[in-house]
Design a protein around this ligand. Structure first.
Ligand code: BGC
Length: 397
């Protein structure tokens, strides 16, 4: 767990008023607030993210979609439902903007029976514990906790109603790096079986260098376990190619965590050398995927664990887009959308079939609460959980 401070938290400019948009047309941008000069020395204040209605959640809450824009015209659309990254517009090798993540047109698509049944967590913030906890059980300070199980006999991504189904309090703003969206959520003591009131702040920043940075902070009033991440599915040639099998991936990791048939780590960190898990040099996702039963859905043990380090790079020959993932976390879950089966239709009616997108979830290792040799995920009162992951886009001609 990282307790480093990056000093990048968003600052909401004084005197700034967000006009809440509550209309029914999800595509209409209803608010364009420009910040007034913060003081007499400021010449021009940065423009604020815009906000539009994203429809009504099942409980009747009006949900918003915030759009962050940078100086290059890149855009990130994020909703306060689950803090979901809904779309991310980045240029291809010809400078043409295209959406590089999977997502849906309104909040009702994320709450539909079909979405709930498939449970793909598309674009959502994940917690309190990203990935699996075996049998939903762990012991902390001598006390055993039993979480509700939601993935066979195990707990996955925070349980039955994880952070991927919560409504977050959202505040748009700006920082020195670019436009921001600050999301807050109080995960109450006992929610989904976890001990401690966990106060969480997540700040998305879209920088002018075409990077989407996600900054997570959390504090607790009782010892607990925490492993927060984001579950975006990327497809850098979204619109050109239906699947991600031609994308070339590099992961600077000499080992991965071996899992059993239920995707629970056995505790073994196995060398990738000579296996289809070796991404220390670039390989197309589809090149060896047939040798991995079910497809890639594993945690890689990153070689470098100090400071911000590279966790993965991706190159899509069709669009020329590249993506680099950096993080302070020790692991990354590389998941190739193996469970997408074409039942969900996303933005503009796009069918999301098997391997339509891939996830690169920066994280601590799955089931760490039951694996004393894995880096600890325990957070105690008085400590601050703080971690930053950045997805930086570029092109190769
Ligand atoms: C997990 C997969 C799971 C998927 C849900 C991934 O993070 O590793 O096993 O099916 O999330 O979409």
């Amino acid at each position: 767990m990282s307790f480093r401070r990056s000093g990048l938290l968003a600052v909401t400019l004084p005197g700034l008023l967000l006009l809440a948009a509550c209309g029914s047309n999800p595509s209409a941008e209803q608010t364009t607030a420009t910040a007034p000069a913060a003081d007499s020395t400021s010449t021009k204040a940065a423009a604020m993210p815009t906000s539009a209605s994203f429809g009504k959640a099942l409980d009747g809450t009006e949900i918003q979609l915030f759009t962050l824009t940078n100086k290059q015209g890149a855009k990130a659309a994020i909703t306060n439902y689950a803090g979901t990254l809904v779309s991310l517009m980045m240029p291809d090798k010809d400078g043409k903007m295209g959406d590089v993540v999977l997502g849906f047109d309104s909040v009702s698509d994320y709450q539909s029976p079909a979405f709930r049944k498939a449970n793909p967590y598309i674009g959502a913030l994940i917690g309190r514990y990203g990935n699996r906890i075996a049998k939903g059980k762990f012991t902390l300070d001598g006390k055993q906790y039993q979480l509700p199980t939601n993935n066979g006999a195990n707990s996955l991504h925070g349980g039955k109603t994880g952070y991927d189904q919560r409504i977050w309090e959202a505040t748009p703003g700006t920082s020195a790096e670019g436009q921001t969206l600050t999301l807050k959520y109080l995960s109450k003591d006992g929610e989904e079986g976890y001990p401690g009131n966990l106060q969480i702040t997540v700040v998305y920043t879209l920088t002018d260098a075409n990077a989407l940075q996600i900054d997570y902070t959390a504090t607790t009033d009782k010892a607990t376990v925490v492993n927060l991440t984001n579950h975006a599915y990327f497809n850098l040639s979204h619109g050109v190619s239906k699947d991600i099998l031609a994308h070339k991936v590099t992961i600077p990791a000499d080992r991965y965590t071996v899992v059993d048939a239920d995707l629970i780590p056995t505790g073994e960190l196995r060398p990738v050398k000579g296996t289809p898990f070796d991404f220390t040099t670039p390989h197309a996702i589809g090149e060896r995927i047939a040798q991995v039963p079910g497809g890639y859905d594993h945690n890689w043990v990153l070689n470098n664990t100090t400071g911000q380090h590279s966790a993965a790079t991706v190159y899509d020959p069709a669009s020329g887009r590249t993506m680099e993932v950096t993080t302070d976390q020790p692991g990354i879950q590389f998941y190739t959308g193996n469970f997408l089966d074409g039942t969900l239709k996303g933005k503009g009616g796009t069918v999301y079939g098997k391997h339509a997108g891939f996830c690169l979830e920066t994280q601590h290792f799955p089931d760490s609460p039951n694996q004393p040799k894995f880096p600890s995920t325990v957070l105690k009162p008085g400590e601050t959980y703080h971690t930053v992951s950045t997805y930086t886009f570029g092109v190769r001609k």
